[in-house]
Design a binder for this molecule. Structure first.
Ligand code: RFL
Ligand code: PHB
Length: 387
């Protein structure tokens, strides 16, 4: 045996798992196909649930997060040119979200891993996993023999493909739109996130710091970045986010990152096959409207780390046997919430009946305390035990 746990992928799932295992005295090796520079600068998520912040804090990797992260107690839903605040913390028992870039979490976890002297091999791609023997075959011809393999290699990784086809059930939906995301050197135009429903499509105002705004636009799934020069992006954002009273001013600035991401729902069940455990995007994808992908990856590896601890400390496999079922309960709750937010806020087919239903749903969410509470408790994140 080369190591107790072989971890494929140094995204949030793989890095946090390695960190939790180190703290429990369990040895692991992390293999990452890309360079350190690449993974530390890959721009993605920004919203951390309370539970995600809590686990990073409890395990000593949240000093910078608490200095630089921005705690939000509410968000705005804007439609018909009017904004409505959802008081997240008031509705969800004081819980809040923190805005802190995913790549900052990744940097903090990499630093912790290297400080602890843990093995983390960049530019080392896994080529295949043998779930029966616990062997990871490397692209350079080498092998890593492990008691357990954690497939944390994201949606396009190789781990999921190691499960024989007949053993895996896949549930999937592709949405007829994508998100064009930008980072701009501009002060945020509001203290809170703004989710905007507009006849021309969805728009989202988020942020990374007092100097950097993160913005998204719903676009067609086959849209090319070349068709979106900066001026067009700003014009479209200004149009979709404008308020009827003309009171909202969207700050503009230099755009220094631009990308297009598809919107997809995906679950592969079960999450375990032999010695292989899938976690994070390797097992499931949610559309970004609920801000859940990273948080779901964190929830998976918390459950996995607990199970591995029981295995290596007491030879007790009961928690690992329950890993898949336990994670899938949360995965499907979050799938539903992410789908709910997505279908409520985007321009769908253009069918007027559907558009009226969306408006009825939005009106209900901002007028009914019960409906707003449901949105709030899902958005800030349900406790592990509640799901
Ligand atoms: P990752 O981050 O994709 O990491 C997988 C890692 O595995 C490596 N890899 C391999 N390594 C070795 N051998 C191989 N054969 C390998 N194949 C792949 C990859 O290089 C990579 O480093 O998966 P992980 O760790 O499961 O983390 C999941 C999150 O990254 C993802 O769910 C979120 O980014 C989703 N997401 C959001 N989640 C939130 O919780 N809140 C948000 O606000 C939020 N916003 C978003 C998002 C995702 C977005 N995009 C780009 C899809 C906004 C966007 C636009
Ligand atoms: C982000 O800040 O990147 C972000 C915020 C909310 C979402 C998705 C992404 O729903």
């Amino acid at each position: 045996m080369d190591t107790q746990v072989g971890i494929v992928g140094a995204g949030p799932a793989g890095l946090l798992l390695a960190h939790l295992l180190t703290r429990a005295g369990i040895e692991s090796v992390v293999l990452e196909a890309r360079s350190r520079e690449y993974v530390e600068h890959r721009v993605r998520a920004g919203v951390l649930e309370q539970g995600t912040v809590d686990v990073l804090t409890e395990t000593g990797v949240a000093d910078r997060l608490h200095r630089e992260g921005m705690v939000h107690h509410g968000l705005e839903l804007r439609f018909g040119g009017v904004g409505h605040r959802i008081a997240l913390s008031e509705l969800a028992g004081g819980r809040a979200i923190t805005v802190y870039g995913q790549q900052e979490v990744v940097k903090d976890l990499i630093a912790a891993r290297l400080d602890a002297g843990g093995e983390l091999r960049f530019e080392t791609a896994a080529e295949a996993v043998d779930p029966g023997r616990g062997v990871i075959r490397l692209a350079d011809g080498g092998e890593l023999r492990c008691a357990v393999v954690a497939g944390c290699d994201g949606f396009h990784g190789i781990s999921r493909a190691a499960v024989p086809e007949g053993a895996l059930s896949v549930f999937e939906r592709e949405y007829p739109f994508a998100w064009l995301g930008i980072l701009a050197r501009a002060a945020p135009s509001s203290e809170e996130l703004i989710y905007t429903h507009h006849d021309r499509g969805f728009a989202l105002h988020s942020m990374r710091s007092p100097e950097v705004t993160r913005l998204y636009l719903q676009v067609a799934p086959d849209e090319q970045l070349d068709d979106w020069p900066d001026a067009r992006i700003w014009e479209e954002l200004q149009t979709r986010m404008a308020t009827a009273d003309g009171g909202f001013a969207l700050n503009e600035g230099e755009i220094f990152d631009k990308s297009i991401a598809p919107m997809r729902s995906f679950v592969a069940e079960p999450l375990r096959h032999g010695r292989l455990f899938l976690a994070g995007d390797a097992a499931h994808i949610v559309p970004a409207t609920g801000a859940k992908g990273l948080n779901l990856a964190v929830a998976d590896v918390r459950v996995l780390a607990r199970g591995l601890r029981a295995l290596f400390e007491h030879g007790d496999e009961a928690l690992l046997d329950d890993y898949s079922d336990r994670c899938l309960r949360r995965v499907w709750r979050v799938q539903h919430f992410s789908w709910f937010m997505t279908q409520m806020l985007h321009r769908l087919t253009g069918d007027p009946f559907e558009a009226r239903l969306q408006r009825a749903q939005l009106d209900y969410v901002v007028r009914s305390r019960a409906a707003a509470t449901s949105l709030a408790e899902n958005y800030v994140g349900l406790e592990l035990e509640d799901v």
